[in-house]
Design a protein around this ligand. Structure first.
Ligand code: ADP
Length: 151
């Protein structure tokens, strides 16, 4: 008997979770893709954040819903504006890695006030995107912890 109460055990358990156990599939577009096509991709893939990659498939930017909305206001021809003009770009992208603690990724989401993080792998060419962690990832975990059910 450890003498730990339920909430201490739960905290201990949450602190052990790694990013790779919960990461979801990332959706990325190329820098040359138009704002119009990025909006279509966001709907088709049902994600709120798109990652942007260069010709080597390395991370160069992030597109949120509001980035695309902002770019759309007063702009008639969305097919003629490439996303690299409007994206948030490296080195200002907050990332996490597979072996990071999930709680550290959650802390980044809150302190940076963003909806998602790319999970990246370091390569010679740059950062390869291998997954994503979002606020939905964290909400799902909360539900699973209380229902013992995979959703
Ligand atoms: P929304 O714009 O829909 O509120 P976010 O809160 O995720 O969505 O995005 C807010 C701003 O932060 C956007 O300009 C977006 O490009 C940027 N952003 C989103 N994710 C990241 C990230 N991982 N690193 C840096 N900036 C990000």
């Amino acid at each position: 008997f450890t003498g730990k109460n339920g909430s201490e055990l739960l905290t201990e358990q949450i602190r052990k979770y790694k990013v790779h156990e919960f990461q979801q599939v990332p959706i990325a577009v190329k820098e040359s893709v138009s704002v119009y096509d990025a909006i279509s991709t966001m709907f088709l893939e049902d994600v709120g954040t798109l990652f942007v990659v260069d010709e080597n498939s390395c991370l160069t930017g992030v597109l949120s819903r509001k980035d695309l909305l902002r770019a759309s206001i007063g702009q008639k021809d969305l097919s003629s504006v490439p996303v690299h003009i409007i994206m948030t770009r490296m080195p200002n992208i907050t990332v996490c890695r597979r072996e990071d603690l999930l709680i550290d990724a959650a802390y980044k989401l809150i302190t940076k006030q963003i909806d998602g993080l790319p999970v990246v792998k370091d390569t010679d060419a740059g950062l390869e995107i291998v997954g994503r962690i979002t606020k939905t990832t964290m909400t799902r975990l909360l539900v699973e912890l209380t229902t013992d059910e995979q959703i």
